[in-house]
Ligand binder design. Structure first.
Ligand code: DGT
Ligand code: CA
Ligand code: CA
Ligand code: ZN
Length: 568
């Protein structure tokens, strides 16, 4: 278990204890232990004896050691059995912490959303100490939308679900080939349901096994060409499986990848040639059915280059792919210029992040921990930035073909000023500026903050420019046309943040920025070495915006990058 997971487990224990109504001393011991680990700069394998850390006692140390050794805590497992499972999701309701829920559980025997709603409707809550008529009404209103499936799922929510399904499909021996299709394969920001295309010579057996996948809660259709089920993960989600004969796989995959508008464009092309497209292949004028080994061959049949799924949007792709289109791909990426370490709120040390980046074949990274304003993320003071630089220097001297740039993700404060002064910024290789506070300010104020940052000569990049979280938060009110114009004027790059919750900037704005000559950087903003993998989501998003590799600074070699940043 890494540090983040251990911190999370300790916090979960505290919450369960709180729900059980345990004494506050015991509860705070677990919270203190979690803080102590978070504030220590080392990763778990560098801490020899956790009990030596201030804030960690014998009891909490033994829990941490058990987590480290077994990946589990018997205390936590025990607590999970004791506390009603229906209470846990209620913690997400605004205004209801562990303490309040414990009271509701103890005094009114509220164990889940249903019993909570009933208690509200019977006006039993307003009489409890610490609650009132207002809080009762508020609980009732937030309960209305609670637990309902969203109409469309944000892509980040279904990534682990797709991975889980793929893993299971891979182990079904009657399945020759399979791939996810639909909006997920096109990497849409949100998806309504999931679609898979499966090539099999034994559709009956394969279909039978699909019904036995984990989490199946309902069967909507069950045939030899289509199996539709509902799976329950956090929410119920629909999954369509199309079963086809192996020779029809490529055309079926194309058909069910869509988009519907893209399919219309392709059918128009076929019609001009006197042909017809279906999921089974292409029917020629004389009634012959042609099939293909790959989608690329399918496109070639129409004198088109391979159109990647991300660009099958039904707009201009069938025109543009008559030529070979120069699009960025993951192989072009030579480094990652936004990530966090244990110095602020990351889970891994600088060295661990560097080694993970080397594993990926990168030439360089920038370590961009938070600045002092962001206290919740352990933001660094100017002194700590200087100490960090020493560590980076030491590490760099031990590497031969790899470089760590010093960096910072500096907050743009609510009043529009920057968290560090110019003298300090001047000494930092790669300066990111970003907004993490006062999201509700009006557009003028937000733009004033961003423009101030753009105009600072030391600021190299504006990170996650809109602050959105897909499906959860729209971000602050940015005038993106203006942001792009000022980025161009001030030669500041804009970020495409690859975190699948963000994907910020969105494709439309990437395309505009590129057209105006603004440079982009595709970063992961990793807070854990495994999150460096998110680069692929950034690449998919960039391709949706027709981004070329030459637009993206982290496709540059280290030499080109240093030159661009005026570092030599
Ligand atoms: P979604 O599920 O709303 O996020 O978006 P999609 O594109 O995954 O839509 P979905 O699941 O209804 O269908 C998957 C693909 O299958 C779609 O992109 C194109 C193809 N397809 C499905 N039904 C039809 C249809 O009735 N007409 C046409 N032209 N194509 C269809
Ligand atoms: Ca779909
Ligand atoms: Ca579907
Ligand atoms: Zn960050």
């Amino acid at each position: 278990m890494n540090k983040k997971e251990i911190v999370k487990a300790l916090e979960t224990i505290a919450i369960y204890l709180e729900l059980k109504g345990e004494n506050s001393f015991k509860i705070s011991a677990y919270r203190k232990a979690a803080r102590a680990l978070e504030e220590d700069l080392r990763s778990m394998n560098q801490i020899e004896h956790v009990e030596d850390l201030p804030g960690i006692g014998k009891g909490t140390a033994s829990v941490i050691n058990e987590l480290l050794e077994t990946g589990q805590s018997s205390l936590l497992e025990e607590l999970k059995k004791e506390v009603p499972t229906g209470l846990i999701p209620l913690l997400k309701l605004p205004g209801l912490g562990g303490k309040k829920l414990a009271k509701l559980y103890e005094q009114l025997n509220i164990i889940d959303a249903k019993s909570l709603q009933k208690a509200c409707e019977e006006n039993r809550i307003q009489h409890l100490p610490g609650f009132g008529k207002k809080s009762e009404e508020k609980i009732l209103s937030v309960l209305k939308d609670f637990g309902k499936s969203p109409d469309r799922f944000p892509i980040a929510m279904v990534i682990p679900i797709v991975a889980d399904i793929e893993q299971q499909l891979a182990s079904i021996k009657e399945i020759d080939r399979f791939a996810v299709a639909g909006s997920y394969r096109r990497f849409s920001e949100t998806v309504k349901d999931l679609d898979f295309v499966i090539a099999t010579k034994k559709p009956e057996v394969a279909a039978e096994k699909l019904l036995k996948l984990k989490h199946v809660s309902d069967v909507i259709a069950n045939g030899e060409t289509k199996v539709s089920v509902e799976l329950i993960y956090e929410y119920p989600i629909g999954v369509d499986f199309r079963l086809v004969e192996p020779h029809a796989y490529a055309t079926a995959l194309h058909h069910f990848t869509g988009s519907q508008n893209h399919n219309i464009l392709m059918r128009q092309l076929a019609k001009k040639r006197g042909e017809k497209i279906s999921e089974y292949g292409i029917e020629t004028e004389n009634g012959e059915l042609i099939t293909f080994e790959s989608e690329e061959e399918f496109f070639n049949h129409f004198q088109l280059h391979d159109i990647p799924p991300e660009l099958r949007i039904g707009e201009k792709e069938t025109e543009r792919f008559k030529e070979d289109v120069d699009l960025i791909s993951i192989e072009d990426i030579k480094g990652d210029l936004h990530m966090h370490s244990t110095w602020s709120d990351g889970a891994n040390t600088i060295e661990e992040m560097a080694l993970a980046a080397m594993e990926k074949g990168y030439e360089y990274i920038a370590i961009t921990d938070h600045s002092q304003f962001l206290k919740v993320a352990n933001g660094l003071t100017p002194d700590q930035i200087k100490q960090q630089r020493e560590e980076i220097k030491r590490l760099n001297s031990s590497f031969s073909n790899f470089a760590i740039l010093t960096g910072v993700e500096m907050d743009i404060l609510p009043d529009g000023t920057l968290d560090f002064d110019d003298a300090l910024l001047e000494e930092i290789d790669f300066v990111i500026a970003s907004i993490h506070s006062s999201f509700s300010q009006n557009r003028d104020k937000i733009m004033q903050r961003l423009i101030h940052a753009l105009n600072n000569v030391h600021v190299d990049l504006i990170a996650h420019p809109t602050g959105r979280l897909i499906g959860r938060r729209s971000g602050y009110d940015v005038d993106l046309d203006m942001l792009i114009d000022v980025a161009k004027e001030t030669k500041t790059a804009l970020e495409l943040n690859s975190n699948p919750n963000r994907l910020d900037l969105a494709p439309k704005w990437l395309e505009k920025a590129q057209n105006k000559g603004v440079k982009l950087v595709i970063n992961t903003d990793a807070h854990h070495e495994l999150m460096l993998e998110h680069m692929k989501y950034g690449i998919a998003t960039a391709r949706k915006g027709w981004v070329k590799s030459e637009t993206v600074l982290n496709t540059y070699s280290i030499g080109e990058l240093r030159k661009h940043l005026n570092l030599d």
